[in-house]
Ligand binder design. Sequence first.
Ligand SMILES: CC(C)(COP(=O)(O)OP(=O)(O)OC[C@H]1O[C@@H](n2cnc3c(N)ncnc32)[C@H](O)[C@@H]1OP(=O)(O)O)[C@@H](O)C(=O)NCCC(=O)NCCS
Length: 409
Amino acid sequence: MVDELPDGLVLRHPHAGDQRRVLAVMDVWWAGFGGDAGSLQRSLLLPRLFFQHFTDSSYLVERDDGRLVAFLIGFLSPSQPEVAYIHFVGVDPSLRRSGLGACLYRRFFQLAAARGRSRVRCITSPGNAASWAFHTGLGFQVEPGDIMIDGVAVQRDYDGPGLPRVAFTRMLTDQTSPMLAPAVTVRDVRVCFLGDSFTAGVGDPTHLGWVGRLTARTEHRGLRLTAYNLGIRGNTSAQIRARWRQECLPRLPEACEARLVLSFGVNDMTQDGHGLRVPPDRSVANLRSLLAEALPVLPVLMVGPPPSGDAGRDERVRALDEQYASLCAAKDVPYVSVFTALAEQPSWQQGIADGDGAHPAAVGYEQLTNLVFDPWWRWLEDPRSGTELPRDRAASGAGPRRVPGALPR
Ligand SMILES: CC(C)(COP(=O)(O)OP(=O)(O)OC[C@H]1O[C@@H](n2cnc3c(N)ncnc32)[C@H](O)[C@@H]1OP(=O)(O)O)[C@@H](O)C(=O)NCCC(=O)NCCS
C-alpha cells in the first residue's frame, strides 16, 4: 500500500508527540470551517489519548523533510466487533485530489479487514461538501437522518443538542468498487528463518527467542504472516547452505509472498580441535553461494552473527560480520549487523555468563529483537529497502564482558 503514496511521502503510525502537530494544521486544513465554534469542536475532538492509545490503527503521512501532509485517526470498535471507526482524516490542501485521502482509507480498510472487521463507520459535519464527496466517492452510504440539509440526510442532535452529523457506513465485504477492491486483499507472507541456535532461541526460558518476538510484534500490521523457525543448534554456513532448498521451498508455495531470513556465522568461527569449523573465506563463499541460489527465487534478509561469550571467537565473528555485511551490500541484500550493539550491552553478556556460556537469556533476545525489528519491517514492506546498521541503538556504558567457553550445541 505504501507504493500507492506519491513519491517523496512516507507513511507511519503516529505517536503522542504528533498530537500538537496535527492540532496546529487543523484550522488551515479545514479552512476555518464552522467558524470559531467549529475550530473549538475540532480541537476538542482530538485529545492526546488518540495519539497514545490508538496509534496502531492510525496513520500519518509526512514529506521526506518531516512536514506533515495527511493523517487518519481510527480504531477498531471495542464494543461493536464488526465495526472499525474512522474518527478524523485530513489532507494538506496543496495535496488534495491526489489520492492521498483514499490511500489512507485503503490502508485502514486493509487493517480492519485483517482484524476481522466487516464495516467501517465515520461521521462528518453537515455542509462539509468535500468530505461528503470523498466518502460517497469511496463507496460509503449515508445513514438515515431526521432532516435533509443540502440534499444530504443529517442526524440532528447526533453528538448532543445542536451538534448535527452526517453518518457514513461502508461494508468491507463490498468488492464492487474497483477503487477499493485491493483494500481487502491481505498479503499472505511466509518467511523461513534459517539459522543456528540463536535463531532457534536457545537459552531463552520463554522459548520465544528473537524470531518469536519479532513475528509476534508483526502481528496486527495488516499481513497474514506465517513464520517457520528453521534454526538448528550447531549449524554452520555449510550445513545451512546444504539444507536451505529442501527445507524452505516446500514451505513457500508459489501463491504466497515468500521470504528468507538468514542468520549464522558463530559456529563457523568455533574451534573444533583441528582449527575453525569453517574458515572465514569458506564461510563467506558459503553465503555467496547461498545468495546466488536463493535470490533468483525469493527476497533475502540477513541478520549478522551475535557475540557469544568467548573472546577469541568474538573477535573472529566481529571480522566475519563485516565481511558478510560487505557481501550483502554488494548483492543488495539488507543486512542487520547486531554484533557491536550487543557486545556493548552488559545484560547480553550477563545472560551468557548466567546461562550456558554462549547463549543469552530472555533480555538478550529482546535486545536482539529491538535491533532487528525496524529493518525487518521495512524489508517486509519493501524487499528492496536498504538497512542502516542499528548501532545507534546500542546502550553506551560498560564494554563487553567476555566469558570464555565453547558454544554448546
Ligand atoms: C476530505 C479529504 C480528506 C479528501 O482527501 P483527498 O486526498 O483530497 O481525497 P482523494 O484525492 O483521495 O479523493 C478520492 C476521491 O474522493 C472524491 N473527492 C475527494 N475530494 C473531493 C472534492 N473536494 N470534491 C469532489 N469529490 C471529491 C473523488 O471521487 C476522489 O477521487 P478522484 O479525485 O479520482 O475524482 C480532504 O478534502 C480534506 O482533508 N478535507 C478537510 C478535512 C475534512 O473535511 N476531513 C473529513 C472530515 S473528518
